[in-house]
Design a protein around this ligand. Structure first.
Ligand SMILES: [Ca+2]
Ligand SMILES: [Cu+2]
Length: 335
């Protein structure tokens, strides 16, 4: 797998106080990087409403996986534990009142590009619930991960990533931890690498170029997922925090505006309330957690969420072809 070189920190953004880029992997947990604790400006007042208000938080230091969990890593977990993912099991009708029987089969959400321009207000124009789609078959039956051992695993629901983390002796990051790590030491920067999407014309992450969802120009080299580490690392040496796949965090989704102490610095925020994370329009009442980082489907004309502050609510039972995860280790000192 390719380890890209670390970019220089952009001069226009002030580095965080009390932080030093991690020099090396943890001796205790290979493949993880130390993120120094500190205070930073979380969220943004300049983009989508769910990112506002920007507010100051303090987060304790932690170790985080250098890259998203790959297919090879997830395969090892499945081999050792026999874990069967949510997408590989038929949903229990009792959990989904009113659901059509033909929808209660093992399945997952797959992006399929339409052949023509479509109504951007209806995401079912490009998201299809595909029976037989799962982490081993990311595009559905007939597809495989044989040539993708170093791509991030996808089609993992919350129960799957939690099981993986428990097996690995790790945890899922909070949104605040994830965003601190993503920012790479740049305070309030637009992107994880500075203020420009394409500094010196370079592609810094696997996103979407062209008119989403029917035209994918692949200027960054990849139409779908890319192997981890094909783009420059951020200031902390982390790979693909932006783009490629969204990543699960452990926080129940809530609007930033509902923070209890929006006036003051919040220490180690842990998201909202489980019940209140539920979309009121969801008859199955599935709670939702925060996902971060954007994916290869984020496009300027539709979803500019290839930024550290960007966030979306994700139902815990739902897996998709553009959502993966990485883990952290809390409560241990750097040495
Ligand atoms: Ca791309
Ligand atoms: Cu997006």
């Amino acid at each position: 797998m390719t380890m890209s070189t670390r970019p220089g920190l952009a001069g226009e953004a002030d580095p965080l106080v009390d932080t030093q880029p991690a020099a090396s992997d943890s001796p205790l947990a290979p493949g993880t990087v130390w993120i120094p604790g500190g205070s930073y400006l979380m969220g943004s007042d300049h983009h989508y409403p769910e990112e506002a208000p920007a507010h100051r938080v303090t987060v304790d230091g932690f170790w985080i996986d250098r890259h998203a969990v790959t297919n090879a890593e997830f395969a090892r977990f499945v081999r050792k534990t026999g874990h069967v993912t949510v997408a590989e099991q038929a949903p229990d009708p009792a959990d989904y009142p009113g659901a059509r029987p033909d929808s209660l089969v093992p399945a997952s959400m797959v992006f399929r590009a339409p052949s023509h321009r479509v109504d951007l207000g209806n995401h079912y124009q490009w998201w299809t619930y595909v029976p037989g789609a799962d982490w081993r078959h990311p595009q559905g039956p007939g597809s495989s991960i044989k040539k993708k051992p170093d791509h991030p695993v996808v089609h993992v629901a919350w129960a799957d990533v939690q099981a993986y983390a428990a097996w690995a002796g790790k945890e899922l990051p909070t949104e605040a931890e994830w965003e601190l790590a993503c920012r790479g030491g740049l305070e309030g920067a637009e992107f994880a690498w500075g203020e420009e999407l394409n500094p010196d014309g370079r592609w810094m992450a696997n996103t979407w170029q062209g008119e989403f969802p029917q035209q994918n120009l692949e200027l960054d080299g990849y139409a779908g997922t890319a192997p981890v580490g094909r783009y420059p690392a951020n200031g902390y040496g982390l790979l693909d925090m932006i783009g490629n796949v969204w990543e699960w965090t452990g926080d129940w989704y809530q609007a930033h505006g509902e923070l209890a102490h929006a006036c003051c610095t919040v220490a180690n925020p842990r998201g909202g309330d489980r019940e209140r994370s539920i979309d009121p329009n969801d008859v199955a009442a599935i709670p939702r957690r925060v996902m971060k980082g954007g994916s290869h489907l984020c496009a300027p004309n539709y979803c500019r969420r290839y930024r550290p502050a960007a966030r979306m609510a994700q139902a815990v039972d739902t897996s998709t072809s553009h959502l993966g995860f990485r883990c952290i280790i809390r409560g241990t000192d750097q040495r």
